[in-house]
Structures are given as structure tokens and as C-alpha cells.
Design a protein around this ligand. Structure first.
Ligand SMILES: Cc1ncc(COP(=O)(O)O)c(C=O)c1O
Length: 486
């Protein structure tokens, strides 16, 4: 009999001559063995040396695959005790006990303050303003060249009604990008181009929800999602988040029969931690058993600084329960108003039907420019460049805040995104501080309105995207003067 301490015996089936990098093949095979139950929680993996010798590859190749698996929570490195499958991974069919007494709550909190909307539409980004990418480094020249080319080439075929699901070239480019960057296997057919996040959530609720259906939202969580679900007639069920993201067991206790769960797995909005692998699997397990839907909002996935971004939850979606939502607002510009969803293949026709009647995709001209931008390789380069710029701006702002505030504030430094979460001393009123900061031309967002039942304030969300490293000390001091006056 095999004990959990034996190294696994399953064929790794690596093809050295294949186009796919060997470390990636090792990662994928071991990941599949864990997900299929061939490798049980606690099982020991072969040492780097042993596996490298067995496969005739370099030790570093195996290490890279193990690091990746460890980064995503599939395995844990225990030093001399070797590498083991994460013992915290859930059993496939564990049934959490229902919490009979807890009724679902209708949420109607201060969603606007947790939406991160700017103080005035169309205003230039103020220091700390959330949700706006670094405007000073947007590749304007390249963009105008591509835009001019599309405009001059406009033929009669581009002047008439177009596919409501979106420009085929853009949908294919998105599917290709998601396969490489987010581990999602989908076709252009499953992709629908939307008018940003609002278009995506509108299309999802219009296609899949009935009035009164219960919907889990993260608490604290994104106000725009909360309010959009409420406007669509859903009954909001706040589900607490902790250091591993949404507490799935708590969600099941509160409303096991919810039709939908809205989550931000790559970077919890607003706190920033990724959803742990055990929670991912538990969420998928719940949705699969309940035949419910998971909306995966992957708004920030491109920007990770220390570690490789974790693959999307959608990449684990064997049963077609996840609707993936992406946006071009963070990687390009919010004013493009371009986002997209990846529908489960079995539902794509329903989504296309909804799009044709109620939500055709936005301007073809803009879609064509973006499709071209991706096809010519600019998109990947732009993301890499922005990642380096954000890493520098983030480090500069952290240093400046530490200099200005000392230990009076606590910076919760998560790996990724475009903003910092700063916790203020108890008793401070973050909403009031943010209001005064706005009057002084700054754009921090208060943290406390992001929660319904959970307590997560007082604190501030501070974007570093538009603060140049040399301006960070001054911005931090301006904020410090406002907070000191509290
Ligand atoms: C949590 C979250 N999801 C999605 C989005 C993207 O929204 P949109 O595509 O409308 O710009 C944002 C933007 O700030 C966000 O914070």
C-alpha cells in the first residue's frame, strides 16, 4: 500500500523536444495529478535531484516547476523533509455543516464610496486616486499611429452592424493572451467584448440571474459589484474574507443555495491577498455541486511584483461554472471602456443572444485598435514595462509614507495591484480624512465603506500608479498634514 510519505509513482510523460518549456510541462503534470487525486494532500514529491535524474533534465528545471507549484499553493517546501502536496488542500466532497440560523442579508450599504469612482468624472488623476493607470507612460505615439491606420482603412464592411459579441480579431487575441498569461483554455467563441466591468456584470446577471436570487459578495468587497448585483435584483449575501480570501465555508453556512458568487481571486478587492488554493478548490466544489455560478473578476492580475501571477481560477474550472471577467482599464486606459468575459462554453450561446438584443459590444474602431496592439506584440511589452514602473513607484511611495508617518500607520503590503492598503490608528474617521484630502486635491479612498458586516477600517487605499518616485515624499507629507489634523 502507498503511504503519503512515499514519493509519487505516476508517469510524468515529459516531451523534451516539444515546444512547451520543460519546467512548465512538469508543473502542469504535477498540478493535474494533484487535482485528479492521484497525488493526495501530504504526499511527498521526489527530490529535485531524483526527478531531474529520472527525466534527464537540469535540477534547476525541476526547481522552477516546484517553485511555481509552491507559489500557487499546490505544494509546500519543508526543507529537509522535502516537498509535499499541500496538506491543507480540501477533500473533494467535504460537506460543510449548514448554519441553520443565519438568514441572508439584503445589502444596501454605502456602495458608491466603495466603488472607487473619481470625485468628478473626467478629472485628471489626483495623487493617490484609485483605478487609473500611469497616464504619463501610456504609449501615445504608438497608439495614435495604430488609431490613424484603423481610421484610414475603414472600409464599408467596417461601417455597418458588427458581431454583437465583439470584433472576431479582438476576441481571438484575448483568447490567445489568456491562454498564455492566465492559463485559461478557451476559444474566441467563448469570449464576449463588453463595455468594461459594468457591461460584463450586466451581461452576466441578465443572462444567468433571476430577481431574488442570492449572490455572495466578498466582505469587505468591491462596491460597484455589490451595487450592480443589487440593481440586477439579486439578494446580497456578504461573506467574510480573511488572509486566504473569501471564506467559502462561511458562505455555505449563510446561503448554500446562492446562485452566484462574485470574487476577486488574483487580488482581493480591496485588501489585495490572492485566494488560496484550498479556497479556490472549495469554491469550485461548492459551485459544481450546487450548479451555481462564480464570477471571477481578474481586474489586476497583470501586476504582480515579486512572484509570478497565480493562474486564473477559471483555469481550474472543469465543470464550466466560472465566468471570467477581464478589463483593459488597468493595462491600457479606463476611457476605452473595454472589458470582456469568458463564458463557459456551454453558455456562450446564451451570452451571445443577450449581447445581440441588449448589450452589443462597444465601438468597433476602438476594438480594432486594441486587437492590433495585441497582435503586434505591443501589449505584452507594455505590461512588462508597466510592471517595472509600478514596482518602482510602489517602493518609492512605501518609503515616503514610512518616512512621513513612522509607525503611526501600518502598510499592508500585498504583492501586486496598483494601490496600497494603509491602516490608520483606531478612532480615526477614514471617511472624514478622505473628504478633507479630496478638498486638498488628493484622491485617497476610505477603507471602511468597503465592508458591510466585517470591520476593516479605519484605513485608506492609496494608488501609487500616478505618483512619480521623486514626487512621493511630497505627496506623503501632504497626506500626513491632513491626517495629523484629525
Ligand atoms: C475590483 C474591480 N473590478 C473591475 C474593475 C474594472 O472596471 P472597468 O472595466 O469598468 O474599468 C475595477 C476598476 O477599478 C475594479 O476595481
Amino acid at each position: 500500500m502507498e503511504s503519503p510519505t512515499d514519493p509519487p509513482r505516476f508517469p510524468l510523460d515529459i516531451d523534451i523536444g516539444a515546444g512547451e518549456a520543460v519546467y512548465r510541462q512538469i508543473y502542469r503534470r504535477i498540478r493535474a495529478a494533484i487535482l485528479d487525486g492521484q497525488l493526495l494532500p501530504g504526499a511527498r514529491l521526489p527530490s529535485w535531484n531524483a526527478l531531474a535524474a529520472e527525466l534527464s533534465v537540469a535540477r534547476g528545471t525541476v526547481k522552477a516547476a516546484y517553485d511555481w507549484l509552491a507559489g500557487e499553493g499546490y505544494v509546500v517546501a519543508l526543507g529537509p523533509a522535502g516537498t509535499r502536496v499541500n496538506p491543507a488542500l480540501p477533500e473533494a466532497s467535504r460537506d460543510p455543516a449548514p448554519d441553520a440560523g443565519h438568514a441572508a442579508l439584503a445589502g444596501d450599504g454605502p456602495a458608491d464610496e466603495a466603488a472607487g469612482f473619481p470625485a468628478a468624472w473626467g478629472s485628471a488623476a489626483r495623487p493617490f486616486q484609485m483605478g487609473v493607470p500611469a497616464l504619463d507612460v501610456f504609449p501615445r505615439k504608438l497608439w495614435s499611429r495604430l488609431a490613424a491606420r484603423q481610421a484610414t482603412r475603414l472600409a464599408p464592411a467596417g461601417m455597418v452592424y458588427q458581431d454583437p459579441a465583439g470584433l472576431p480579431e479582438l476576441r481571438a487575441a484575448i483568447a490567445g493572451y489568456l491562454a498564455i498569461a492566465r492559463g485559461i483554455s478557451c476559444t474566441a467563441n467563448d469570449v464576449l467584448v463588453t463595455s468594461g466591468f459594468a457591461g460584463a456584470i450586466n451581461m452576466i446577471t441578465g443572462t444567468l440571474l433571476a430577481a431574488g436570487d442570492r449572490a455572495w459578495i466578498e466582505d469587505p468587497g468591491y462596491g460597484r459589484a455589490r451595487e450592480a448585483l443589487r440593481l440586477a435584483g439579486a439578494t446580497i449575501v456578504p461573506v467574510p474574507v480573511d488572509g486566504e480570501g473569501i471564506d467559502v465555508a462561511a458562505g455555505v453556512r449563510r446561503a448554500a443555495d446562492a446562485r452566484l458568487a462574485y470574487v476577486t481571486p488574483s487580488h482581493q478587492s480591496p485588501l489585495g491577498m490572492p485566494l488560496s488554493l484550498p479556497r479556490r478548490l472549495a469554491l469550485l466544489d461548492w459551485a459544481g455541486r450546487q450548479k451555481s455560478w462564480i464570477v471571477e473578476d481578474d481586474y489586476y492580475s497583470e501586476f504582480r511584483f515579486a512572484n509570478r501571477p497565480m493562474s486564473a481560477l477559471k483555469s481550474l474550472d472543469g465543470e464550466g461554472r466560472v465566468i471570467y471577467v477581464g478589463t483593459f482599464s488597468k493595462v491600457l486606459l479606463p476611457s476605452l471602456r473595454l472589458g470582456y468575459i469568458v463564458a463557459p462554453a456551454a453558455e456562450a450561446d446564451r451570452f451571445r443572444h443577450f449581447a445581440a438584443y441588449l448589450m452589443p459590444s462597444p465601438s468597433q474602431l476602438v476594438q480594432a485598435i486594441v486587437a492590433n496592439f495585441i497582435a503586434q506584440g505591443h501589449f505584452g511589452r507594455h505590461i512588462r514595462r508597466m510592471r517595472a514602473i509600478y514596482a518602482a513607484r510602489r517602493a518609492a511611495l512605501v518609503a515616503a509614507l514610512q518616512e512621513a508617518f513612522g509607525d503611526k500607520i501600518a502598510i499592508d503590503l500585498q504583492d501586486g495591484g496598483m494601490h496600497l492598503v494603509v491602516h490608520l490608528p483606531r478612532g480615526m474617521v477614514d471617511v472624514e480624512i478622505a473628504r478633507r484630502a479630496a478638498a486638498a486635491g488628493l484622491g485617497p479612498v476610505p477603507l471602511s465603506p468597503w465592508s458591510l458586516e466585517a470591520r476593516c477600517g479605519p484605513g485608506l487605499l492609496l494608488s501609487f500608479a500616478n505618483i512619480l518616485p521623486e514626487d512621493a515624499p511630497q505627496a506623503a507629507r501632504r497626506l500626513q498634514r491632513i491626517i495629523r489634523a484629525d
